[in-house]
Write a new protein. Structure first.
Length: 246
């Protein structure tokens, strides 16, 4: 007898079974879900990340159309679990023994569609997925998509662009990070400032600190305070103070 195919509804039920109403209230505050805030209106069950990862692992065989349905859920944890499942599916499709370029392409298309219709819509959702899906896909391909995302008005598309470059940085290439940095200097939104500073710091840490200081020599005076603070965290204290005084 064939094994039953899991559904988005079953994932939601599994998450709802471990819901914590008190935790949900805390998470709604933490992820800024109040009127006018960046996560306005988002709904939380109160499920912690390790528990979501454990549940996602149980539903590793969730079909792509059901992952897409889960991404359209009003519940934050449903969308997070969907992305964890998608990450694992994409990683499997990139391994030499299970390499499947067509499957990768389908997952990238699904992910980008979800991003553009506003379903990857908080910093944790972006940060858990962009590096693991778009990053590996573009590692050895033209990176026009990154700059296209960075040109969007959407806070989340821009953050996806920045976080995608973490995969490049880990592979030893910080060029796209610095080019994006120049294009996004004027964006003073807090979650872009933090992401930009974080990626610049990682570029200096993992690739070449001189590349970072070269960027800062040119642009520190034009950077937002938050981005500059994050970018200079690992520098020598005197050098860090020099850039921050600019």
């Amino acid at each position: 007898m064939a094994e039953a195919v899991p559904t988005a509804g079953e994932v939601h039920v599994a998450l709802a079974e471990v819901a914590d109403p008190a935790g949900a209230i805390h998470l709604q505050r933490f992820f800024k879900t109040g009127p006018g805030e960046y996560g306005a209106g988002d709904v939380f069950l109160g499920v912690r990340v390790p528990v979501m990862r454990s549940i996602a692992k149980r539903f590793a065989a969730l079909p792509l159309d059901q992952i897409d349905a889960l991404l359209d859920s009003a519940v934050h944890e449903d969308r997070f679990a969907a992305l964890i499942i998608l990450n694992a599916r994409f990683a499997k499709a990139t391994k030499p023994r299970t390499l499947d370029i067509d499957a990768q392409a389908a997952m990238v298309e699904l992910y980008l569609a979800a991003v553009r219709r506003g379903r990857v819509n908080n910093w944790d959702l972006v940060d858990v997925s962009a590096e693991n899906i778009i990053g590996p896909w573009l590692l050895d391909r033209p990176r026009d998509l990154v700059f296209e995302l960075a040109q969007a008005d959407s806070l989340w598309e821009r953050r996806v662009a920045l976080l995608t470059t973490l995969a490049f940085i880990k592979a030893g290439d910080a060029s796209t990070t610095f080019e994006l940095g120049e294009r996004l200097l004027a964006d003073r939104r807090d979650l872009i400032q933090k992401a930009l500073g974080w990626m610049l710091r990682e570029a200096g840490k993992r690739v070449d600190e001189q590349l970072l200081t070269g960027f800062l020599d040119k642009h520190a005076a034009d950077m937002g305070r938050t981005a500059l603070s994050y970018a200079t965290e690992r520098l020598d204290p005197a050098l860090r103070q020099h850039y921050r005084q600019l």
